[in-house]
Design a protein around this ligand. Structure first.
Ligand SMILES: Nc1ncnc2c1ncn2[C@@H]1O[C@H](COP(=O)(O)OP(=O)(O)O)[C@@H](O)[C@H]1O
Ligand SMILES: Cc1ncsc1CCOP(=O)(O)O
Ligand SMILES: [Mg+2]
Length: 274
């Protein structure tokens, strides 16, 4: 079992104050910037082909999220990813909507083929689609049942070489060698657009501060889920629906280091995957 203490992970982030360049979608970009800051990182959203390599070169982590990718945006993501690989900057990819259209399938395939991805996150449908399993992705939403999601996550790790985070009611974190269930989070998180995108940049923040990508993925995923639970419990104010829940969730992320939280190790269980 890798090292996954919550206080150590948050202290590492606070100590590093990592600069994260996110090349991300137009829908949730502001939430992605804010949550980077609330974890203790520094956000920047350079997505100009002329500049992005230089910015990633001075960053500590890089997120590529293809949610609203365009033809030029595809090239910009590849430029950013290559700069990250050349400079040893941890790289996170969120293949939003892969499985929904042939264009998204082709872009996602290029990202995972041309780049060395450290951590890859997607919902159950996206991770299943990436490995050619039956999947229903309607726009960016995972629809249907995914009884074999753990096996799909392992296959995705094998295919990409990344640590894979398959998000849903229970999150699966997989490498080629080891698979874990992370039991943290709340159903309200599924009612807010952007919780997958914000998980992606959370993983970039943790991967920038914690050397081992598996430890980073496990602690980032579990810490994120705990913040979701605290918000649902009202620890950061009452909420009246998904919009006010999102605010409470962001406050929980910002306040997690000072909140009295259970540790995350008992939320993470190694599982056998056939
Ligand atoms: N029903 C649920 N119970 C607990 N956590 C959930 C639930 N639905 C989503 N989440 C959490 O919300 C985050 C985003 O997951 P998901 O909704 O699968 O991504 P996306 O928004 O990309 O489709 C993850 O941290 C996941 O654990
Ligand atoms: C709705 C939408 N359309 C393109 S990107 C995007 C946001 C997706 O956010 P998430 O993957 O976090 O649900
Ligand atoms: Mg998503």
């Amino acid at each position: 079992m890798p090292d996954v203490a919550l206080d150590e992970a948050l202290a590492a982030v606070a100590g590093e104050q990592p600069l994260i360049n996110s090349v991300t979608n137009d829908v949730t970009v502001n939430d992605v910037a804010n949550i980077t800051l609330y974890w203790g990182g520094l956000p920047v959203m350079s997505d100009d082909e002329r500049e992005v390599g230089d910015m990633v070169g001075i960053a500590d982590g890089c997120l590529l999220n293809m949610g609203t990718v365009s033809e030029s945006g595809e090239e910009t993501m590849l430029t950013a990813g290559r700069a990250a690989n050349e400079r040893g900057v941890p790289l996170v990819v969120d293949p939003v909507g892969v499985g929904a259209t042939p264009t998204r399938d082709r872009v996602a395939d290029r990202l995972v083929t041309d780049l060395d991805v450290d951590v890859l996150n997607g919902n159950y449908g996206e991770i299943s689609a990436l490995v050619g399993d039956d999947a229903e992705v309607r726009g960016v939403e995972s629809v249907g049942e995914y009884a074999e999601i753990a096996a799909a996550a392992v296959e995705c790790a094998r295919k990409t070489g990344a640590v894979v985070v398959a998000s849903g009611e229970t999150d699966i974190v997989a490498t080629e060698e080891a698979t874990f269930e992370v039991d943290a989070g709340h159903s309200m998180m599924g009612a807010v657009v952007g919780t997958g995108c914000m998980l992606g940049v959370t993983l970039a923040v943790f991967a920038a501060a914690i050397d081992d990508p598996l430890s980073a993925a496990l602690s980032g995923t579990a810490a994120y889920g705990l913040a979701g639970e605290l918000a649902a419990e009202g620890a950061f104010g009452d909420y009246r629906g998904p919009a006010s829940y999102k605010i409470a969730f962001l406050d929980a992320v910002a306040g997690l280091a000072d909140a009295s939280t259970p540790d995350i190790a008992d939320r993470i269980d190694p599982i056998e995957v056939r």
